[in-house]
Design a protein around this ligand. Structure first.
Ligand code: PMP
Length: 450
């Protein structure tokens, strides 16, 4: 306790952080992390009492907000009973978490392989697909993010793979649909959909279908842009995979468990993948947990032959207890329905109104509690407010915009030239209104950089 008390002041926390914590995705000496003293619901606060409305849901994972009392109590009760047990044992909360997840995931995905997070889920989905098909290659989208372990970062088509390229052989990238910056020069959603599907089909044919184990795809692309696919796209991808015997992996790590206003994003289009990866919202990130939901056909491959993979903390008991409690809260409190309503009635119309008032907003897109504003220098040419993969001085206009959000009391999630708007699925109407008002002020700062 003495040690803990010694840390409980802004300066000591920051000094130890600066001296010893090596931060993700950052130039260590160019960052100045906020020292956070606590969090509850849609807010966290610093040691000076400044409260921030968290429109990032941490990294898009606190779907039920911070410190939900029922989940906190479930973790405490489980900790008092049994903290941990090796993955090889049947444990009540692990069985129950798997049962609940299997019940919620689309179609007949009935077996759950647990991991500690999203990247490990993607790694294992790819491994399952490769062993199941006996084929080596994996296709994924340029505009995607699948995690930062060596396999997952190579599936990632986004600039964050730079510096890690070629750690895994056999990854081929393709372009998914994105009408606002159409890779296919399409002008309508139907045209974009048709051309994107033809491009994927051509990619499959020219790579050799018999060499392709899986297509790995985010049903709504998350970190690389909040890209909602046109109607018919996912069903078309499913059809291409079926015709060529390719495993369809839908990566629902960011969009699963209510984020888009459905339990899973694939539910919007009634598409059932062969493998579905999840993490984040499964227990609102209160403890690290992810996994793969598996089709009967792929599960059958490993019925009498050992699965060649595993993790020490697979299905960690405390993380599973948090998942059981979180899924209970989501059902009892109608969290998925609330996310859908908030998107349709508050965030969608509210953000569209901001776009009308602020010329820097090139496009608003999203669903549920999952939106992005594309900020541009010029709405006519759609030139991004900052160039692709910009850093340092080139990224300054977005940094100024983010700073203005924070000054107003809103914690933003920005990526490239985009503001991602992803409050907890449980965010109140008052807090949405408050957030939109703060964004209104901050967007004026971005307008000035046009
Ligand atoms: N897949 C997707 C779609 C993601 O959004 C993320 C994380 N943002 C990952 C995989 C990786 O998850 P993790 O950081 O838990 O490894």
């Amino acid at each position: 306790m003495d040690n803990y008390a010694r840390l409980m002041n802004k300066d000591t926390v920051k000094a130890a952080d600066r001296a010893h914590v090596f931060h993700s995705w950052s130039a260590q000496e160019l960052i100045d992390p906020l020292a956070v003293a606590g969090a509850e619901g849609s807010y966290f606060w610093d040691y000076d009492g400044n409260r921030y409305l968290d429109f990032s849901s941490a990294l898009v994972y606190t779907n039920i907000g911070y410190q939900h009392p029922k989940v906190v109590a479930a973790i405490q009760e489980q900790a008092a009973k049994l903290c941990t047990l090796a993955p090889g044992f049947a444990v009540d909360v692990r069985s129950e978490a798997a049962r609940l997840i299997a019940e919620r995931t689309p179609g007949d995905l009935d077996k759950i392989f647990f991991t500690n997070g999203g990247a490990e889920a993607v790694e294992n989905a790819v491994r399952m697909a490769r062993v199941h098909t006996g084929r080596p290659k994996v296709l994924s989208a340029y505009r995607s993010y699948h995690g930062a372990t060596s396999g997952a970062i190579n599936l990632t088509g986004d600039a964050r793979r730079f510096g890690n390229d070629s750690a895994t052989a056999g990854v081929v990238h393709f372009w998914g649909p994105f009408l606002y910056r159409s890779p296919f020069h399409a002008t309508t959603e139907a045209e974009e959909c048709e051309r994107a599907l033809r491009h994927l089909e051509d990619t499959v044919v020219f790579e050799g279908p018999a060499s392709i184990a899986a297509v790995v795809l985010e049903p709504v692309v998350g970190a690389a842009g909040v890209l909602v696919p046109p109607p018919g796209y996912l069903a078309g991808v499913r059809e291409i995979c079926d015709r060529h015997g390719i495993v369809l992996v839908l990566d629902e790590v960011m969009v699963g468990f209510g984020r888009t206003g459905a339990w899973f994003a694939a539910d919007h289009w009634e598409v059932v993948p062969d493998l579905l990866t999840f993490a984040k919202g499964v227990n609102s990130g209160y403890l690290p947990l992810g996994g793969v939901a598996i089709s009967p056909a792929i599960a059958e491959t490993f019925a009498r032959r050992p699965y060649p993979g595993g993790l020490t903390y697979s299905g960690h008991v405390l993380a599973c207890a948090a998942a059981v409690a979180t899924l209970g809260v989501m059902a009892e409190e109608g969290v998925v329905e609330q996310s859908a309503r908030t998107g349709a009635e508050l965030l969608g119309p509210g953000l569209a109104e901001l776009a009308e008032r602020h010329p820097c907003v090139g496009e608003v897109r999203g669903m549920g509690t999952f939106w992005a504003l594309e900020l541009v220098r010029d709405p006519a040419t759609r030139e991004p407010l900052v160039p692709y993969a910009a850093s340092g001085a080139a990224a300054a206009p977005m940094a100024a915009f983010a700073e203005a959000c924070k000054k107003g009391g809103l914690w933003p999630l920005t990526a490239g030239n985009r503001l991602h708007v992803a409050p907890p699925c449980t965010v109140s109407a008052e807090d949405v209104a408050r957030g939109l008002e703060i964004l209104d002020g901050a967007l004026a700062v971005a307008d000035a950089h046009m």
